[in-house]
Design a protein around this ligand. Structure first.
Ligand code: ADP
Ligand code: MG
Length: 270
């Protein structure tokens, strides 16, 4: 959602080199660099800004945490910085394994430059262990390990509460063709294998995660991994103790929320 009342605040607070950024007017046209920067999109966890390259966006990680579709909301110092750092480590690792992502480069403590994509309105969820909405919906005890990973789709629409859908819904809603769904599912499983191993090296068990894909603005036939991979979007449990190290600490009011993110980041940096 775009918050008008925050316009002035952004202009004052923005710490980014304005030479890299262009403005945005009501007609949606870019105009030359300006200090009065406004995001073209403000979401729950990040803001998007245009840059001097029409195919590249600046993605700013905010300090806010939200849960239950924005019903529970609070700011946490350094959250944006930590999530940006975690995403960067993971995206670089995935790129190294041949996964195409939107990552262009690291910009500063809270900003990444990313390729502009048209986000497919699908939340792609991979589950290794029962938790969260799966346990609730299916009545299966949290912690039950699946024989094989489950891939599921939600339709990305906050107003509809991101409803659970299948490939046929995705096709008929114009979200993705059958071939694209198959490709996305294949990529999601590959990302799962890679992430599972990567987190295990950090003594973290990957329970489940949500990812998003988008079509490159430069070539919409190319689908890449977009958005973030952080403890906001993954469930991670400590291998030894089973301690939750992700956003469930916020959802469930378990305390030590940012301490857990800091611990995840420091383990991934080793
Ligand atoms: N490379 C990209 N290009 C364009 N949009 C993107 C890209 N990566 C992620 N997005 C979108 O930007 C938004 C990021 O902000 P976020 O706070 O996560 O929003 P939301 O509240 O919608 O989840 C999301 O809607 C996401 O789909
Ligand atoms: Mg999001």
């Amino acid at each position: 959602m775009f918050l008008i009342d925050k316009k002035l605040q952004f202009a004052v607070e923005s710490r980014v080199d304005t030479r890299r950024c262009v403005g945005y007017n009501a007609a949606g046209k870019n105009f030359p660099p300006t200090n009065a920067m406004e995001p073209i999109y403000e979401g729950k966890a990040k803001r998007l800004y245009t840059t001097d390259d029409p195919n590249v966006l600046r993605m700013e990680y905010k300090d806010s945490a939200t849960a239950f579709n924005g019903v529970k909301k609070e700011d946490f110092e350094n959250k944006g910085r930590m999530n940006k750092a975690i995403t960067l480590i993971i995206y670089r690792m995935l790129e190294g394994k041949g996964v195409k992502t939107h990552l262009v480069e690291d910009l500063d403590d809270i900003n990444l430059l990313v390729k502009k994509v048209s986000i497919m309105p699908l939340e792609v969820i991979v589950r290794n262990v029962a938790a969260g909405s799966f346990s609730k919906r299916m009545g299966v005890k949290e912690g039950t390990t699946f024989g094989k990973p489950i891939v599921e789709f939600s339709y990305k629409d906050d107003a509809l509460n991101d409803p659970f859908i299948n490939d046929d819904y995705a096709r008929e809603m114009g979200a993705a063709t059958e071939e694209e769904c198959a490709y996305i599912k294949k990529m999601a499983l590959l990302i799962n294998d890679t992430l599972k191993e990567f987190f295990l090296e950090a003594n973290l068990r990957l329970i489940d995660f949500k990812i998003e894909f988008g079509r490159l603005s430069t070539d919409p036939s190319q689908i890449v991994l977009a958005d973030e991979i952080t403890p906001d979007t993954c469930r991670l449990w400590d291998v030894e103790t089973g301690k939750k190290m992700d956003k469930d600490r916020f959802r469930q009011g378990l305390g030590e929320f940012m301490e857990s993110y800091a611990e995840v980041l420091s383990r991934l940096q080793k």
